[in-house]
Design a protein. Structure first.
Length: 358
């Protein structure tokens, strides 16, 4: 009997054994049956494997970071970082499917040597003063709450020389698009010949040129990243304080501002959007969600993030992650300031970003 004849005779309801045998036969040929996975490949709504999580800084992460300083120097480690891994993605160095987060420690006198990579990085200063980062020859002193960018392929090194008699460990949150670049297999990196870059421009130079709603008249900007390397906390905090005095908070997000590239109005870097928001004491936010999973770093105050069905109490220096499309509700028991970042500009460029304010 020919196989065609046997197919014609059979009823449409083939046994699962027959199907399984067929799948076994096609697997070595690098073929797979779409009908077994179609529902998961094209879900009715996002089905992220990521879960919400919170990392407590003072009680948990800080002591462990300090222990790491006894195990390895910043120089040997190149970057001494504890990676914040999503509990559902162990070993992937991912806090969401597209983003990486870590807490980097630099002790007084240490240097994290100069290198560059295609991955874009943000630093959000969590704890301590007296460290600096140098980006493309411009040094920036780090203070808690400052948001600093390291654009794609920009040389950068970090150090901690102390400031105003202060000599203490400095910790910042690193946010990078490492999983995104891994997905595209588009990553390159190289080490600098010099351990520490030569400082080529005075500190504050990029902020003087671009940080005051003005741009040098003959400036011709050819890159998609912001010409400002540092967005100091004092300035951003002042804006939020003024809004708190002047207007009612948004019912979902409180007083929330996004950082911009002053030349385009878009995000400071093409792959990562960043935000700072103030939740006034007693704020009880409404539920909202977005397809961009977000990482939050608490600067000031205390409150609760209700993510999906779980409640996470947060305080200063804690980090938490809200997975894509997870319902989020934010409460504050004191005036609270939250920094956050997500892959929003990429989703917007693709035309796939969705948000819901419930
Ligand atoms: O500071 O350059 O957390 O290259 C991971 C990779 C930090 C950095 C990280 C990096 C860096």
């Amino acid at each position: 009997m020919s196989s065609t004849a046997s197919l014609q005779k059979k009823s449409p309801a083939h046994s699962s054994d027959e199907r399984a045998a067929y799948y076994e036969r096609i697997r070595p040929l690098n073929l797979a049956p779409l009908w077994e996975s179609l529902h998961a490949l094209v879900p009715r709504e996002p089905q992220t494997p990521c879960v919400p999580a919170l990392w407590r800084y003072d009680e948990v992460v800080k002591p462990l970071l300090m222990q790491s300083a006894d195990l390895i120097t910043a120089e040997e480690a190149v970057r001494r970082v504890l990676v914040l891994e999503n509990p559902a993605l162990p070993g992937r160095a991912s806090i969401t499917q597209s983003l990486y987060a870590g807490l980097q420690l630099i002790m007084p006198g240490e240097v994290a040597p100069s290198h560059r990579h295609v991955q874009s990085a943000l630093r959000f200063i969590v704890d301590g003063r007296g460290a600096y980062t140098t980006v493309e020859g411009e040094r920036t002193t780090m203070s808690p709450g400052d948001f600093i960018i390291t654009p794609s392929w920009a040389w950068h090194d970090h150090g901690n020389e102390g400031i105003e008699g202060v000599s203490e460990p400095v910790v910042w949150l690193d946010g990078l698009d490492i999983p995104m670049l891994r997905f595209f297999d588009a990553g390159f990196a190289e080490n600098d010949e010099k351990r520490v870059q030569t400082v080529a421009r005075p500190e504050g130079n990029s902020f003087a040129r671009f940080g005051h709603n003005m741009v040098p008249v003959r400036h011709d900007h050819g890159t998609p990243t912001s010409p400002i390397f540092s967005y100091p906390y004092a300035r951003s905090r002042e804006a939020l304080a003024a809004l708190q005095r002047q207007e009612a908070p948004d019912a979902w997000t409180g007083h929330k501002l996004r950082y911009t590239n002053p030349l385009t109005g878009g995000a400071p870097m093409p792959t990562i959007a960043t935000f700072l928001q103030l939740l006034p004491k007693g704020f009880a936010g409404k539920v909202h969600r977005g397809t961009d999973g977000s990482v939050y770093s608490v600067v000031e105050g205390r409150g609760t993030a209700h993510i999906g069905g779980e409640a996470f109490e947060f305080g200063p220096r804690d980090t938490f992650v809200v997975p894509s499309w997870a319902p989020l509700r934010l409460d504050a028991s004191e005036d609270a300031v939250l920094f956050s970042f997500s892959d929003r500009p990429v989703q917007q460029a693709m035309g796939v970003l969705r948000e819901a304010f419930l």
